[in-house]
Design a protein around this ligand. Structure first.
Ligand SMILES: [Zn+2]
Length: 419
């Protein structure tokens, strides 16, 4: 099947600009899908592992993984319920209040959220009397949203669904997508859909983890198979511009280890001026090196050093006879534990508030997931916080461990025992 090219036929191509991907960002080895928690009766069964190899595109600087498993397989029965994190729900509520004021939303407006999860965000618009529609492919999660009074379509979003909604006069005055852009396999189809669904004069806001923060703070554990793409503002802006959308404001948020919230409008809608925040952040990204390949090539060494630091700490504690438990069973925890080779030799168990995960085992490492009150019962000497982006909330909730001299370990950006 040779076409005369000397190129490896399997070389992946950029999901935005189609350039062949030649530059490794980081190769985290083979890992199971991070949401494929293992039932007790499946512990002896074979698990599927896939390469967790992130590339950076020289054409557009999009950091990305190849798609090994279809999104329908990953997202149709999703174990992540946004409402289990209190600070994330509070974040959504304050966003809703600010958006209603800033964009003058009322009973005649239409808000649509793509990947609306369990209604953690749209519930606040519903309570404020602003018509809201959620779009969520995971049926079990969408059912939780309906229970909250949030009308939800169980569908994947893309150009086809956007055209259907636009034809039935359901274009969005405010269109929201939080932590979904990274998870879209067909990026161009998804962004084209956003353009179609956005009403004339409407505003689109998207939140996604900021690649610069990921690089600065060694957040390699946020790389997992379900996250196909990792964006700087520089790259995001290029993607939206190709689809006729203009970034007119950007905010830097502390969520998920450092995210961007971008505000977009139709390119042809000149009424909203582009704020200075956009040029300001683009300039800082260039200074950081976001358009230089060397900057990306440095990342691997940082990641390896973070792994060595965490293992050093755990090996020392285990040699001292300490008992270490985990807190949380997030996707990022599974990247971290599999890449570092941390199993029950280091972590006796982990706990999670999500009852859907309790009684299961972490993929790959087979660490048992228990209910949070097991921490108080078993009194470990150290608790490794896997969802480190919620570390303040978790340390406040679990402050009781200090009563028996327990201490917290935060693995990222550098493994450390919390003061
Ligand atoms: Zn590209």
């Amino acid at each position: 099947m040779s076409n005369g090219s000397t190129e490896t036929p399997t070389r992946p191509r950029c999901r935005f600009c189609s350039e062949p991907l030649r530059d490794t960002f980081v190769d985290l080895g083979m890992s199971p899908l991070c949401e494929s928690y293992v039932r007790p009766d499946r512990l002896a069964a074979m698990e599927r592992f896939f390469p967790l190899h992130a590339y950076v595109c020289r054409g557009c600087w999009l950091v990305q993984l190849e798609e090994f498993v279809g999104a329908d397989e990953i997202f149709s029965e999703y174990a992540y319920f946004s409402s289990y994190a209190d600070s994330w729900v509070a974040h959504a509520r304050s966003y809703c209040e600010a958006a209603i004021g800033r964009f003058g939303l009322g009973p005649d407006s239409q808000v649509v959220e793509v990947a609306s999860n369990d209604g953690y965000l749209l519930q606040w618009f519903v309570k404020a009397g602003v018509p809201a529609l959620g779009i969520e492919p995971a049926a079990n999660v969408a059912a939780a949203a309906e229970k909250r009074g949030v009308p939800t379509l169980v569908r994947f979003f893309g150009r086809a669904l956007a055209e259907e909604l636009a034809a039935s006069r359901r274009r969005a005055d405010l269109l929201v997508g939080n932590n979904v852009l990274a998870q879209v396999p067909d990026l161009n189809d998804f962004v084209a859909g956003l353009k179609i669904l956005l009403a004339p004069g409407g505003v689109l806001t998207l939140e996604f983890p900021h690649l610069v923060r990921l690089m600065q703070e060694n957040q390699f554990d946020t790389i997992y198979h379900e996250h196909f793409s990792y964006f700087s503002l520089w790259t995001a802006q290029a993607v939206f511009a190709r689809h006729g959308l203009t970034v007119f404001d950007v905010e830097e948020l502390p969520t998920h280890g450092g995210s961007l919230r971008v505000y977009l409008r139709h390119a042809e809608d000149g009424r909203r001026l582009v704020a200075g925040s956009v040029a300001g952040l683009l300039a800082r990204e260039r200074e950081f090196g976001i358009t230089r390949p060397e900057r990306y090539h440095q990342f691997t060494a940082q990641v390896e050093e973070t792994k060595r630091g965490l293992l050093d700490l755990l090996i020392r504690l285990k040699r001292e006879g300490k008992r270490v438990a985990g807190y949380g069973a997030p996707g990022k925890g599974n990247t971290l534990l599999n890449y570092c080779g941390i199993r029950t030799d280091f972590l006796d168990f982990t706990v999670d508030r999500n009852v859907h995960k309790q009684g299961l085992f972490l993929p790959g490492t087979h660490i048992p997931i228990l209910a949070p009150d097991e921490i108080a019962r078993r009194r470990p000497d150290y608790v490794l916080i896997l969802p480190w982006n919620f570390r303040d909330e978790i340390m406040a909730q679990m402050a009781g461990i200090r009563s028996w001299g327990g201490r917290f370990i935060v693995p990222i950006p550098k493994a450390a025992v919390a003061a």
